[in-house]
Design a binder for this molecule. Structure first.
Ligand code: GRF
Length: 201
């Protein structure tokens, strides 16, 4: 399974996936996937991962384009260069333009640090803390043209603990997101997860 991953930030979830793929290749149960390119919306810190793991990378910055559609066209063209079977958003903090979603979905997934449909949007962890809930979660969904509204592939509950800060809670959630990422990539690679079916379910 050829995978392109898009990031905006530190790419710690991407690092975890790359390490899991590397470990699995050496183990008896390979995940059967390969990250063929890493894309970013700016010169993200995570692009150092591309050098470290010797993976091609590309940067498509919104500010270099007159509008979202033009940015989306270039983003899609860059992704298509690598002919991925699956595109993952991992800490990609932009809304993907509709033309890109329509071209790639349902083989376009995103992890979100909440138990969707609870707490969609870019401040999910802070919103959960401020809501005072006893538990939140992590989710992996098929991207659609809404904000974190696509079909849920999997999700897990994560407790909010006394004294949690946004950083502490997010770190705990990310551990779960990494598990969701790895399990879902494994499932898509093996055929256990048929995204075309999930998308219309
Ligand atoms: C993840 O929690 C992701 O769900 C959210 O941003 C975080 C990405 O962190 N959108 P990183 O860039 O992988 O460290």
């Amino acid at each position: 399974l050829k995978v392109v991953v898009l990031i905006s930030g530190a790419g710690s979830n991407l690092r975890a996936l790359l390490e899991a793929l590397r470990a699995s290749a050496a183990s008896g149960s390979p995940i059967g996937a390969e990250v063929v390119a890493i894309g970013a919306d700016t010169q993200a810190a995570g692009l150092a991962l591309a050098e470290e793991f010797r993976i091609p990378s590309f940067v498509v910055r919104p500010k270099d384009f007159p509008d979202r559609e033009a940015w989306g066209e270039e983003l899609l063209a860059q992704i298509r260069r690598f002919e991925p079977d699956l595109t993952l958003l991992s800490g990609f903090m932009r809304l993907v333009p509709p033309a890109v979603v329509d071209a790639l979905a349902p083989r376009l997934l995103n992890t979100h640090p909440a138990y969707l449909p609870e707490f969609p949007g870019a401040r999910a962890v802070r919103d959960a803390l401020e809501a005072g809930v006893a538990e939140t979660g992590a989710s992996i969904i098929i991207v659609d043209n809404g904000v974190d509204t696509g079909p849920i592939i999997d999700r897990v509950r994560i407790p909010v603990l006394p004294g949690d800060t946004e950083e502490l809670l997010h770190a705990r959630i990310k551990v779960a997101e990494r598990r969701l990422l790895e399990d879902t990539v494994r499932g898509v690679a093996s055929g256990e997860i048929a995204l075309e079916e999930r998308a219309t379910a």
